[in-house]
Design a protein around this ligand. Sequence first.
Ligand code: PMP
Ligand code: GLN
Length: 384
Amino acid sequence: MIAQRVQSFGTTIFSEINTLAQQYNAVNLGQGAPDFASPPLVLAALEKALHTPHHQYAPGWGYPQLQEAVADHAKRFYSMNVDPTREVLITVGATEGIFSTMMGLINPGDEVIVFEPFYDSYVPSITMAGGVPRYIPLHPPEWQFDRDELKSLFSERTRAILLNTPHNPTGKIYTRDELEFIAELCQKHDVIAVTDEVYEHIVFDGCQHIRLATLPGMEKRTVTISSLGKTFTVTGWKIGWTIGTNPLVTGIFRARQFISFAVASVLQWAAIEILQAPDSYFVELQEIYWKKRDYLFHSLQETPLKPLLPQGGYFIMTDTSALNPENDRALAEYLIKEIGVACIPPSAFYSDAHRFLARHLARFSICKKDDTLHTAVERLKGLR
Ligand code: PMP
Ligand code: GLN
């Protein structure tokens, strides 16, 4: 008999769609995993790291040199002053950072406010910690939230609010005004903010990614989570970090030490050098994804799928109502089996009560070779 806490989980939508895509030989614009090579600077750093002696257990908080590289990155891009040894915890990707944060900071019965749609690991992380998720929907096409509704969710039971910017699956980037509104509520109700910023360097149209932790009054009550995966095209490495003041990060560390104890040593060693990539690297990364976003967005406009313009991240959300599908899963299956293109049905990113909101949505990845995107587009043009 499996434990109650995991009984409702099932298989993640990413594994499910990957299997189906493979079975039907569909072009896979589902999971956000690049199908092109990692950049030369990444591979060169790994090669060097292989020849260091760092192949045994790393320190529990991560190598001090990597903690320092993460603090330097926060200084360089966000003018944050982070104490590397006390305020940076290295994790097995952002996913472990999110899980450990919930385990380390949430008590049974504590409420955690989550914007919906949400990345699929958030709710299991909250519930496994005994927390109670409270949902605030983002409304298409701009993916705004109702401020009064958000206000009404804050109470003495609220311990944390979890937000993701740039956002998966919508591509929304929270504006300064929205973040200020959230910051004010956090301070008024003594709530901590947990931010997932894994797409921090993939932003379009001159939009600015703002760290909630940099807003007045938020430094001490924000846990900032990110990882190497998207920025350096190494989603399989699972090297992440969590930044925050104490005692928050110490709480997260206490949980983390008994989840994985330490993070892959040789990859951490490579990450130290990778995080010091020149500014030109980050500019080029944006250009590459911006072009892919534009290509897929404009191409999708020639199909019955109505794309909603993302401001950042790996994905384009589309409005599928012109096809009037039974629901998003039925459409995703149809696209794989009959059209030969895989996407993610976004209902996986909604609570049971709000799953109907995803009925006419489909998410497509842009993080694919131009050839892959082109083949997918040619097939999607056959949609009626
Ligand atoms: N957060 C979001 C919003 C994501 O899309 C992903 C997907 N990779 C993750 C976290 C997981 O990041 P990591 O691979 O570093 O665990
Ligand atoms: N973040 C990726 C996505 O949203 C997938 C990560 C995973 O497979 N868990 O597609």
